[in-house]
Design a binder for this molecule. Structure first.
Ligand SMILES: Nc1ncnc2c1ncn2[C@@H]1O[C@H](C[S@+](CC[C@H]([NH3+])C(=O)[O-])CC(=O)[O-])[C@@H](O)[C@H]1O
Ligand SMILES: O=C(O)C(=O)Cc1ccccc1
Length: 246
């Protein structure tokens, strides 16, 4: 078992290697904690506050879902805060490399709430009896035509009073503000040691793989799925997190 928690992300640093489409494979898993921390403004805050929200919303006898759980950062944060009995956390990810490493990290954690990990597509996997569902930076990788159906299934699975946390990279309708936020995100990456070559390589690699939408598009979809209220609780540049109540 290797500890990859501080392996530096240099995946896009080779000027001779043209990047292909981004995939959540073994190479990405090996650098993922470093990559996401240096790439997503506010990531640590969103993960920590997902835990606080779980402490408030997790119900006894219910399930709490971490959809697109990657290495289980959100799952572990929620596990630290869930004190009610008989509440199971279900983490789902369709990357075999992610789930394999996540399994090891969960086993090393001393938390008490039971955790079930599924290597599965969140579009296929059963979601039911949920008091809380989290999509931390995952919906952006789901094909746009499947997003409404997924949110409808989540809304249907949530009990009254349940909560969805939806964190995403977003676009802005105002073109000037949109470009400013993209530039500020790239400044953030540069400040965390990524070169212009790495930033451009990653940008090309995630094009058409990570497809961001506007906050209005997200909120309209949540309304159509039957959530009674939703609003942004956190934003840093073009990364935002919404809470939606059933
Ligand atoms: N259809 C799908 N079904 C299941 N998993 C999927 C699907 N599409 C993508 N994924 C998975 O969603 C995760 C997105 S990362 C989430 C970070 C995590 N939430 C965190 O808080 O650390 C965000 C990022 O890398 O920017 C990856 O592990 C994919 O395999
Ligand atoms: O790096 C980026 O530009 C992002 O938008 C965030 C990200 C983080 C980890 C994997 C893919 C995208």
């Amino acid at each position: 078992m290797t500890d990859t928690s501080d392996t530096l992300d240099t995946l896009f640093s080779d000027p001779l290697r043209a990047p292909g489409p981004f995939r959540f494979d073994n190479d990405v898993v090996a650098v993922f904690p470093d990559m996401i921390r240096r790439s997503v403004p506010g990531y640590e805050t969103v993960i920590a506050m997902s835990g606080l929200l779980a402490g408030r919303y997790a119900r006894s006898g219910s399930c709490v879902y971490d959809l697109g759980c990657s290495l289980g950062a959100t799952t572990l944060s929620m596990r630290r805060h869930i004190t009610v009995p008989e509440c199971k956390i279900i983490g789902i990810d369709n990357s075999p490399a992610m789930i394999e490493r996540c399994q090891e990290l969960i086993a090393m954690d001393g938390g008490v709430a039971p955790v079930e990990l599924r290597e599965n597509d969140i579009l296929e996997s059963e979601i039911s009896d949920a008091s809380m569902v989290v999509l931390n930076y995952t919906l952006q990788f789901v094909p746009r035509e499947d997003r409404q159906r997924l949110l409808q299934r989540i809304a249907d699975a949530l009990m009254p009073g349940g909560i969805l946390v939806l964190s995403e990279k977003v676009v802005f309708p105002d073109e000037t503000l949109n470009q400013l936020n993209i530039d500020l995100h790239h400044d953030f990456k540069r400040a965390h040691g990524y070169s212009d070559l790495e930033i451009a390589g990653k940008r090309d690699s995630i094009e058409n793989v990570l497809v961001p939408e506007s906050l209005d598009q997200h909120r309209e979809r949540l309304r159509d799925a039957g959530f009674s209220s939703s609003d942004v609780w956190f934003q840093c540049f073009n990364f935002a997190s919404i809470i939606a109540l059933k």
